[in-house]
Ligand binder design. Structure first.
Ligand code: F6P
Ligand code: MG
Length: 444
């Protein structure tokens, strides 16, 4: 398409995409293989010899995958019988068809977004081809560990929330706004804690999330939090009781562990304060980018929070559980979230999901991968507007809450990117900087 810059790709030697494919992805695959191997006894206990055989076969497929990646082999079609494989294979057919000198889709030559997503889908294929392994979440250990390692931070956050809840009735609008800003930013910075950037190493939250906000503020490069607030306020119908008429907020989740807790705390605040009537969460239908939330992680996190030996933490857990039961909160997954598409393709490729999001008054997109998909993971100039980079995507007013972990950033002021690059060459990939970047379609 005219005017759209090229996709980020590992073909740029030395780029973050290149380093990810050369170093980080093989490390992640090696950890997956180790995890499966360490759980050998469990598969034997559950499935006997068949379990051991499945374990061996899965490891063989994953080793082969690692080898294909490291030697830059053409990307292969998926062979499992699952429905969601079609879009992947169609992409390959489209790009691989002999058209003159067009080369195959391969790990180091093709768009980073496609091949990185493809790796996670291939891990799943290896498991699905060996049925005793089908439901095994190879990233579960890391996710649960990161939840437990951030316990102190979670307790501090739930204690803060209790203070807000207790005084909710007496809060002035300004005080409410202040709490809103804090909890929104805690959810933003929660995105530092993902296990893909650290290739599976511990990356949990250790400090009090509320106390660190002031020192983190200068690292927020774009801060549209006032737009998020005004979108919520204008969704409340005038003249009636706020609670019954506030809008619906959808949160497209990113990582389990501390980040998910910050999202749930923010969602609890939105409902308790009457800023939102309902919250819909969107997660992944299979394990993805190491730490992304699945239905199982979502339920597990609520149960663990309920069971915590801390008054305010468990109180929040019970509150979340009852919001789910009453339908005030809903969890959804959709195959589109675990496909490699840019979001501008959603209306055509997943019209049902697009229509679902159109029902929201505000959609929050958590994290780096969602930002890459919002902007098509392209080499945009930093001063290009967010609306341009979205390329027509806009089911509802939306906002990205993202710490920067990939070489794409739009909507900056003239010179801002250059200045950052001169001070801190890794500004786009270290997770140290963040954006709260919003967009409202004209019609809403
Ligand atoms: O592995 C690379 C990557 O896509 C980075 O862009 C980012 O570090 C990570 O995976 C995903 O981050 P997030 O969990 O914030 O989407
Ligand atoms: Mg993630």
């Amino acid at each position: 398409v005219d005017g759209v810059p090229p996709s980020l790709s590992a073909k740029v030697v030395g780029s973050f995409a290149y380093l990810t494919i050369r170093d980080r992805l093989p490390t992640i695959l090696t950890k997956v293989i180790d995890t499966i191997h360490r759980n050998k006894n469990k598969f034997f206990e559950e499935y006997g010899k068949e379990g051991i055989e499945a374990e061996k076969q899965t490891i063989a497929l994953l080793s082969k995958l690692r080898n294909e990646l490291q030697t830059d082999k053409p990307v292969l079609e998926l062979t499992d019988g699952l429905q969601d494989r079609e879009p992947w294979n169609q992409y390959l057919q489209r790009h691989q068809r002999p058209q003159g000198d067009q080369e195959s889709v391969s790990w180091f030559k093709s768009p980073w977004l496609y091949v990185e997503c493809y790796m996670y889908r291939r891990i799943q294929e290896a498991l699905w081809l060996n049925p005793p392994m089908s439901d095994f979440d190879v990233f579960n250990e890391g996710k649960t560990q990161s939840f437990f390692e951030s316990q102190q931070a979670v307790m501090a956050l739930c204690t803060y929330l209790e203070g807000v809840n207790k005084n909710m009735e007496e809060l002035s609008k300004n005080q409410l706004l202040e709490h809103f800003n804090k909890l929104l930013k805690v959810s933003l910075w929660g995105n530092k804690c993902d296990l893909s950037i650290s290739a599976g190493q511990d990356n949990s939250q250790k400090n009090s999330p509320i106390e660190s906000l002031t020192s983190l503020q200068p690292f927020i490069l774009v801060d549209d939090s006032n737009m998020v607030w005004s979108t919520l306020i204008s969704a409340q119908r005038q003249g009636q009781s706020a609670k019954a008429t506030a809008g619906r907020v959808d949160i497209v989740l990113d990582n389990a562990g501390f980040e998910l807790v910050t999202d749930l705390v923010f969602a609890e605040f939105l409902v308790n304060s009457g800023l939102a009537r309902e919250v819909h969460f969107h997660g992944k239908s299979f394990p993805w980018f190491v730490s992304d939330v699945t239905a199982n992680d979502f339920q597990w996190t609520i149960r663990q929070t309920m069971a915590a030996n801390h008054k305010w933490m468990s109180k929040s857990g019970y509150q979340w559980q009852s919001y789910v039961k009453e339908g005030v909160w809903a969890y959804h997954d959709h195959p589109f979230w675990t496909q490699p598409h840019e979001f501008c393709d959603m209306a055509a490729d997943a019209p049902d999901l697009y229509a679902t999001l159109q029902g929201a008054d505000l959609v929050l997109f958590k994290g780096d991968l969602n930002y890459r998909k919002l902007t098509g993971d392209r080499e945009w100039d930093h001063t290009v507007g967010f609306d341009t980079a979205l390329q027509g995507f806009g089911p509802a007013p939306l906002c990205s809450l993202r710490t920067l972990k990939a070489n794409v950033q739009v909507g900056l002021q003239t010179g801002q990117g250059e200045k950052l690059a001169s001070q801190d060459p890794d500004w786009m990939t270290s997770g140290k900087y963040a954006v709260i970047q919003s967009y409202s379609p004209k019609s809403k």
